[in-house]
Ligand binder design. Structure first.
Ligand SMILES: *[C@@H]1O[C@H](CO)[C@@H](O)[C@H](O)[C@H]1NC(C)=O
Ligand SMILES: *[C@@H]1O[C@H](CO)[C@@H](O)[C@H](O)[C@H]1NC(C)=O
Length: 286
């Protein structure tokens, strides 16, 4: 909110600005809105006004959100951190972010999201995580985000996603999952079922998401799949099960081969040793 600086308020206004100077490299539209976009920043400028509510810091080279950032800036409602170089989010980074409503971390270098990483950001409504390098999203990554309405995970490196991560979002209205290398194997069946039921949350429906069929090397649109495509999966073993069976089978066979070899050796030995006795006995009889 912009305070109008009528003459009687000028003193008050300058008192505010003195107490909370705008970082020199940024521009401040009002006392609570700081714009540091595209300044080539390698980290957040310090000192930083504590009462910032809206921070635009997109298009820089910042590699990390300091772990205690929200401890000092707990009034933040809107954080645009798009197009920086963030590779990881530390546990607890968002622990004092209870006012945060909008968080844009798209076009960064995130590779995974751990359990409860946004736990305290309970008011979050929009969460942009598109165009990162996410390969793993924990099933509890979005826990406690009861207000979240918009989630973008598009254009990452996700081959799979535990459907529990999405089921944890009761207010979700818009979901972007396109542009990921989804693998439509049996593990994908439960996510597919959820997406079919919630297709209205995908801006372009099932036809905007492609997945790769294992063994065959082609992509198909989810709209070409049906529940029946995964029918065999109910009875089929997962790859891990299969490997365990093959390997335990191999172990059993190897054990069997070794023990029969030992047995054969023993028998052979007995046959060699025993007959000599027999021969002696036979000789005696003769
Ligand atoms: C990211 O920011 C750089 C400037 O730091 C800009 O040149 C580039 O176009 C931006 N990319 C996107 C996708 O916004
Ligand atoms: C992002 O990570 C990739 C490797 O995963 C690296 O090549 C690239 O330079 C990183 N980009 C930034 C902006 O840190």
């Amino acid at each position: 909110m912009m305070l109008p600086c009528f003459p009687p308020l000028v003193l008050l206004c300058s008192a505010f600005s003195l107490g909370h100077p705008c970082p020199a490299i940024c521009s401040c539209m009002d006392y609570h809105t700081i714009d540091c976009r595209g300044r080539g920043l390698p980290h957040l400028p310090t000192p930083f006004p504590l009462d910032v509510r809206k921070l635009l810091i997109a298009n820089n080279n910042i590699q990390k959100i300091p772990e205690d950032f929200f401890v000092f800036h707990s009034d933040l409602v809107y954080l645009d951190f798009r197009n920086n170089s963030i590779t990881t989010l530390e546990d607890g980074t968002f622990s004092s972010s209870s006012k945060l409503v909008y968080l844009d971390l798209s076009y960064n270098n995130l590779t995974q999201l751990g359990a409860g990483i946004f736990r305290s950001a309970e008011r979050l409504i929009k969460l942009h995580l598109g165009n990162n390098h996410l390969v793993a999203v924990d099933e509890a990554a979005f826990e406690s985000l009861d207000q979240l309405q918009v989630l973008e995970l598009n254009h990452n490196d996700l081959k799979a996603l535990d459907v529990a991560a999405l089921e944890a979002l009761p207010s979700l209205r818009i979901l972007h999952l396109e542009g990921n290398p989804w693998l439509c194997n049996c593990d994908f069946a439960s996510l597919f079922r959820w997406l079919e039921e919630n297709a209205f949350k995908l801006p372009k429906g099932l036809s905007e998401i492609q997945c790769t069929v294992p063994m065959e090397d082609n992509s198909i649109f989810l709209s070409e799949l049906t529940e029946a495509s995964f029918r065999d999966c109910k009875f089929r073993l997962s790859l891990v099960d299969l490997l365990i069976i093959i390997f335990s089978g191999a172990a059993v066979s190897i054990a069997a081969i070794i023990s029969s070899f030992v047995l054969a050796l023993l028998v052979n030995c007995f046959q060699r040793c025993a007959p000599s006795k027999d021969d002696e006995e036979e000789d005696e009889e003769d």
